[in-house]
Design a protein around this ligand. Structure first.
Ligand SMILES: *Cc1c(COP(=O)(O)O)cnc(C)c1O
Length: 399
């Protein structure tokens, strides 16, 4: 069984774009129509004049960067956002010619690749800026860049009160062209708005200084999904949409404001099924013992696929519209589900067969399990869980 799996997973990696449940009974489904729906909702909310940058970093939040980029560009996004040079190159290798903004400043050593693939870096270190300008100029080019201003996230960026000076020291360079100025909010998904307002004011002040110097800031952008939905004044010329295009909400406060549809669902088929008598332990360390005569179904998905082991004995799966408890410790590649064999007038006996499909994330009948539900159990956020499911599971795209 194991060696067969290894052979298969090699084949799956090579043929990732053709990946299908036929080779491994666990996969992620990405609904392109949901991504289109979400982008259209954003377009409606934003009006015609605000550009949409689709953030496809971390392999499109686990949804597949290239596929998501294609759908987003066909549905109104005009620029893509990534967090590394490699992520940008992946898009170029897929023949995506749209502008690609790297949201953080790459290492100086990456400058040749940035120029070669015509990626747009964010800049906040003088050394990097001058090295980029030199190399671009040496090649007879002008490299566009966006200035990242730190208005209070305190992660990366030129301090908001230094933005003018910073630009003054690099704007002479003929190898550089300021294409945009941006900032990032630390609290745009919080109920409280004070900290957000303070960042916005600092950004406004930095912009005022830049304009006063006679420099055109180009594309001004600040809002991620939460800010784009909640704060009209933070939309400027462009918004950077990550989570929202995948149909996920950054917090409860955005739910009433826009209708989004999750694009990702997680599926597995029953790979083994057996009756287990009362009192038997199941899986590592016997964290579960059968309370009666049960059927134990094995699903070939585990923590190696991004299903947090912390969810052991704390999650359900859906089979045929029924909610069934996951039991025992979640393994690297598999987990078990209990199918209670007792029936009553209210609860008819569940009948399942080898190969039946279970929904790990998604809807079945009237029941559904969201990444938000899972994130709540784990004390984390939907962002993290979406990324994780992209690590090993094969993706199937549906329209
Ligand atoms: C990831 C990222 C975004 C997207 O944020 P969402 O909350 O997913 O919309 C926007 N801007 C920057 C700088 C980012 O790093």
């Amino acid at each position: 069984m194991d060696s067969q799996h290894n052979l298969e997973s090699g084949a799956v990696q090579q043929n990732r774009e053709y990946a299908a449940p036929e080779r491994r009974w666990a996969w992620v489904e990405i609904d392109r129509e949901a991504i289109r729906h979400n982008l259209k909702r954003f377009r409606k909310l934003l009006g015609p004049d605000v550009k949409m940058l689709a953030v496809v970093k971390a392999d499109g939040y686990g949804h597949g960067a290239v596929e998501v980029a294609r759908v987003a560009l066909a549905t109104g996004a005009t620029i893509l956002g990534v967090s590394s040079v490699d992520e940008g190159i992946e898009l170029r290798r897929a023949d995506i010619a749209a502008p690609v903004l790297i949201l953080t400043e790459p290492p100086i050593e990456a400058i040749p690749l940035i120029l070669q693939h015509q990626l747009i870096p964010s800049i906040y270190n003088m050394e990097f800026a001058l090295a980029l300008g030199e190399m671009a100029d040496a090649q007879g080019r002008v490299s566009p860049y966006h200035l990242k201003v730190d208005t209070g996230m305190n992660r990366v960026g030129v301090h908001h009160s230094d933005a003018g000076d910073f630009l003054r020291s690099i704007s002479f360079h003929r190898g550089l062209e300021l294409q945009g100025v941006f900032t990032h909010f630390a609290t745009s998904d919080d109920v409280a708005t004070y900290e957000f307002q303070r960042q916005l004011e600092r950004f406004e002040q930095a912009l005022a200084v830049i304009r006063y110097m006679g420099v055109n800031p180009g594309i001004i952008h600040a809002a991620n999904t939460a800010a784009a939905i909640r704060y009209r004044q933070a939309r400027y010329n462009m918004v950077r949409l990550g989570l929202g295009i995948y149909g996920l909400h950054p917090s409860e406060v955005t739910r009433q404001l826009i209708d989004l549809r999750p694009a990702m669902s997680v599926h597995a088929r029953i790979s083994f099924l057996k009756p287990v008598p009362v009192g038997e332990g199941v899986s590592y360390s016997y964290t579960y013992r059968s309370p009666g005569n049960v059927l134990i179904a094995t699903l070939p998905i585990g923590y190696g696929d991004g299903l947090a082991r912390m969810l052991s004995n704390q999650m359900d799966v859906l089979i045929d519209g029924r909610r069934l408890p996951q039991v025992g410790t979640i393994c690297m590649d598999m987990m078990m589900v209990e199918i209670n064999q007792r029936s009553s007038a209210l609860k008819p006996r569940v009948s399942v067969q080898l190969g039946d499909e279970a929904i790990i994330v998604g809807a079945s009948g009237d029941e559904s399990i969201s990444l938000d539900d899972m994130a709540r159990t784990l004390g984390t956020i939907n962002y993290e869980l979406a990324c994780r499911f992209g690590l090993r599971l094969d993706r199937v795209f549906v329209d």
